[in-house]
Design a protein around this ligand. Sequence first.
Ligand SMILES: NC(=O)c1ccc[n+]([C@@H]2O[C@H](COP(=O)([O-])OP(=O)(O)OC[C@H]3O[C@@H](n4cnc5c(N)ncnc54)[C@H](O)[C@@H]3O)[C@@H](O)[C@H]2O)c1
Length: 405
Amino acid sequence: MSNIELIDRGRKSWEWANFHMGIINAIVSGNLGNKPLKGLKLGLSLHVTKETSVLVIAALKLGSKVSLCSANPLSVQEDVAAFLSSKGVEVYAWKNETDSEYSDNLNRVLETGPQIITDDGSNLHILAHNKKIQGILGGTEETTSGLTRLRALEDYGKLLYPVIGVNEARTKHLFDNRFGTGQSTVSSIINLTNILIAGKQIVVCGYGHVGKGVTTRLRGMGGIVTVVEVDPIRALEAYMEGYHVKKINEVVDKADIFITCTGQKNVIRNEHFKKMKNGVILANAGHFDNEIEVRKLFSNSSRRYSIKPYLDCLHIYGRKIFLLSSGRVVNLVGSDGNPPEVMAMSFANQLLSIMHIFRYYRRMKKKVYSVPENIDSVVAKLSLKYLGIGIDKLTPLQKKYAKSY
Ligand SMILES: NC(=O)c1ccc[n+]([C@@H]2O[C@H](COP(=O)([O-])OP(=O)(O)OC[C@H]3O[C@@H](n4cnc5c(N)ncnc54)[C@H](O)[C@@H]3O)[C@@H](O)[C@H]2O)c1
C-alpha cells in the first residue's frame, strides 16, 4: 500500500474513532478559543491506535506540538502512524518493532525535548529518569502497571516531576480496564484462534478491574471460568460472583485456556508448562509480556512455528502449547485494542490532566497525584450527556439528610 493510501486509511480510522469519542471533541470545542496547550511540547508513549489519534489531534488543536512512540513494539496501527505523521506529529513507531527499535524510538521522543510526558506503562518516564532529562514539567500515566513503577520511584524519593495517575480516575479504570479490556481481550482471543468459548475450562489469573471484565464476558459466552488470585478479598468477590476460585496448581492440568491479568511477573511459569493439557492456549492481557514466562517457553521448546501472525505453536515437554501475541498484551496485538467509547473516557482524563499540569505545574510537587476529582466528575457528566442519559439530583431535603446525624 502506498503512503498516500495508508494516510487515507488512517484518516478514515481517525474519523471512525472520533465519531465515537464525542466527549474529546466537546473538551476541544470548549477550549479552542484560549488554546490552553499553546507552546507545549508533548511526548507520548501510547499504543498507536485510532483512538490515540483522536487524543493526538485534540492536543494539536489545543496548541501543542506532539512526538509519539508506541507503548508496545507490536501494537502499532501503521495507517494511524502515517496519518498522524501527515498532520505534523513526530511519529517514531511502526508495526513489529524489534526490542532495540522500540527502545531507540523511546529515546527519539526524549530527544524532541518533551515538557509533559504521557505514558502507558512508564517505560518513557523511567527512561527520562534514568537519563535525568531536564525541562520536564510533569507527566501522566495511563495504566495500572505504569503507576506501580512510578509509585515505587516516589517511595524511593527519586521521582523528578509531578505525575497524574490517570488510571486512578474512576471514569478510567472502572470502564476502560473492565468493560473495554474485558471485551477486547475476549474478542482478540477469538479473532486469533476462532475457538468456541462455550464449554471451555478457562483460568483467569487476577480478578482486578481487567480480570472482572474478562471473566464476565467469558461466562456470558458459556465458558467455565476459574479465577486464580493472591488477594483474599478479590478471591472472595470472585467466589461470590459464582466463579470457581482455586490455586493455580489445582487447575493447571485441567484448563483449555489461561489468561493473565495481574500486572505481576511469572504468574504462569515453566513448572506449569510441564503439567498443562496438550493444546492449551495461553494469552496475556496485562501490560507487560512477563506475566507468562515466555522466555522459558521459547528456550525449552523443541519446535516453534507460527500458525498465523500472533498465534504460535510450541512443542514442549511432549505437548503443544499455543501462545497468543508472543505473550504481549493480547487485545492490542491480536486486534484493535479497547473500543473508542471507553478510550474517550480515558483520554478525556488524559487531555484534562495534561491541561491541568501545564497550567499548575509550578505549584505541584514531585509526587504521584490522583486525577483531580473535578476532572473525573466532568468526564462522567460529559459521558452521560453524550449517551443521552439523564440522572436525578438530590433534593434540598435529601442534601440536608445526608449531613444529619
Ligand atoms: N490490555 C489492556 O488494554 C489493559 C488495560 C488496563 C490495564 N491493563 C493492565 O492489566 C493489568 C491488570 O490491571 P488491573 O487494573 O486489573 O489491576 P488490578 O490491580 O485491579 O488487578 C490485578 C489483580 O491481580 C491480582 N494478582 C497479582 N498477582 C497475582 C498472582 N501472582 N496470581 C493471581 N493474581 C494476582 C491482584 O491481587 C489483583 O487483584 C496491569 O498490568 C494493567 O496495566 C491492561
